[in-house]
Design a protein around this ligand. Structure first.
Ligand code: DER
Length: 210
């Protein structure tokens, strides 16, 4: 299988669990240099998305927020641009969170990645938004956060995506998510279904809406 590996503290638990299984033929695509290094140190085979043929069987990642409809916020660690590309390339995208990541409604901050060129102008269009005091991403982009209201994640997503200078944002729609596994405090796991089903993927590929 070709497996996309997310980034963050949740994925840091996933990697040794995956490596311990010693699965033959496992090919991994990492969403950050940190994940790539950790995966290689555990003996997992890591290749680029191109080397994997541009398509993955599954991708697994954490999230910062999950709302009841299945919208996610990701990018607390600034890796959301690559994470979204990998999630979109995967037939199945699985999200693992602990219970405190489940929220009644998505709230700011929403992570952003911005082109350095003209960043002041881009931030003014995205206001209220502010740069994070962190190094540029491995893509060369600047990490920032949108701090305004998020009443309608779909509408905000369209607005952010349409802003010149924006490389990527951390809102992930339910259509990108196959299911979310929520680790509860009593040790049990709740499964929440997403909207990325094989039928929905086939419809999206053929231009039909389901
Ligand atoms: O920064 C990111 O995009 C991470 O994947 C984030 O969404 C989850 O990180 P965590 O597992 O450290 O909470």
């Amino acid at each position: 299988m070709r497996v996309g590996l997310g980034t963050g503290s949740t994925v840091a638990h996933l990697l040794p669990a995956l490596a311990e299984r010693g699965l033959p033929g496992l090919r991994c695509v990492a969403t950050s240099p940190a994940t790539e290094q950790a995966a290689r140190e555990l003996g997992l085979a890591v290749e680029t998305l191109e080397e994997a043929g541009g398509e993955l069987d599954i991708a697994i990642d954490g999230a910062d927020q999950v709302d009841p409809r299945g919208w996610l916020v990701k990018g607390g660690g600034g890796a959301h641009t690559r994470e979204k590309i990998v999630a979109a390339a995967a037939r199945s995208f699985v999200v693992i969170v602990s219970a405190e990541k489940t929220v009644p409604a998505i709230a700011p901050p929403v992570p952003l990645e911005l082109l350095a060129f003209g960043v002041g102008s881009t931030l003014a269009h995205l206001a209220p938004a502010r740069l994070r005091d962190v190094p540029p991403s491995p893509n060369g982009g600047l990490i920032a956060d949108y701090l305004g209201p998020v009443a309608d994640p779909a509408a905000l997503s369209v607005r952010l995506q349409a802003t010149p200078g924006l490389i990527g944002h951390g809102l992930f729609p339910p259509e990108m998510v196959s299911f979310v596994l929520v680790g509860l405090e009593d040790g049990s796991v709740q499964r929440r279904e997403g909207a990325k089903t094989p039928a929905a993927r086939a419809d999206a590929a053929s231009g039909r809406s389901s």
